[in-house]
Design a protein around this ligand. Structure first.
Ligand code: CA
Length: 231
């Protein structure tokens, strides 16, 4: 099966670069050069994934993201030159699946696409978000038994530590914002600061990472959130 990928991008050099990569890797690329074309194509062409540039000549990419999220959970990866953390958090909280900052390499782009497609089509894969275990290197989690192991060693996590780890594992490869994680664990009325989150993460790393200062399993996206490794 060939995945159809809608690229929404007004810059010719970037769209040629991305289209070539997609073509060469067995994807079917479609191109929209502005917001108006994008709105029309996203509804008429039924893409499997959208790559969205935020800076378009006729509208802000955020508008297109909001438009898509009104009726679809189709994976959207924001491809943007905007490097401010606030922009990333805003896009992720508005429902973007991932965020990639220009300039980027082809392998990074392809890895993000594979991850987003896998989350959107979990039944194609054994270790998808609905399977009962997740394994990554020496790390493993069994959701049914609430058991986390590194190698043969069983790791004892508190309830909130376990919730954080399992949430990240179920979304492995995807960055989850601090705000999203806090709400999932402590509810919508939890106060805004991320202190509780950071304390829990420090404890988790002490328990699961061989070297907590250089994490191998759970990465920090500074100012944005955390991402569990998925390879
Ligand atoms: Ca642009």
């Amino acid at each position: 099966m060939t995945y159809k990928i809608l690229l929404i991008e007004d810059d010719n050099n970037i769209s040629t670069f991305i289209t070539t990569i997609l073509d060469a890797n067995g994807y079917e690329p479609l191109l929209a050069r502005n917001g108006k074309e994008a709105m029309a194509l996203v509804s008429s062409s039924c893409p499997d994934l959208v790559l969205l540039d935020m800076g378009l000549p006729d509208m802000d990419g955020m508008k297109i993201l909001q438009f898509i999220r009104q009726w679809s959970s189709l994976p959207v990866i924001v491809v943007s030159a905007r490097t401010r953390e606030r922009d990333k958090v805003e896009a992720l909280d508005a429902g973007a699946d991932d965020y990639i900052t220009k300039p980027f390499g082809s392998s990074e782009l392809l890895a993000r696409i594979r991850t987003a497609l896998r989350h959107a089509n979990p039944s194609n894969h054994d270790s998808g978000p609905y399977s009962s275990t997740f394994v990554c290197g020496d790390f493993s989690i069994d959701y049914d038994k609430h058991r986390v192991k590194v190698g043969e060693k069983e790791i004892h996590l508190t309830q909130s530590e376990y919730k954080m780890v399992s949430l990240l594992c179920q979304n492995a490869g995807k960055v989850l914002t601090y705000d999203f994680i806090s709400k999932q664990i402590w509810g919508p009325y939890n106060c805004e600061d991320n202190q509780k989150l950071r304390v829990n993460m420090a404890n988790i790393r002490r328990k699961i990472e061989p070297n907590p200062a250089v994490p191998e399993y759970i990465f920090t996206e500074v100012g944005v959130g955390y991402r569990m490794r998925d390879y």
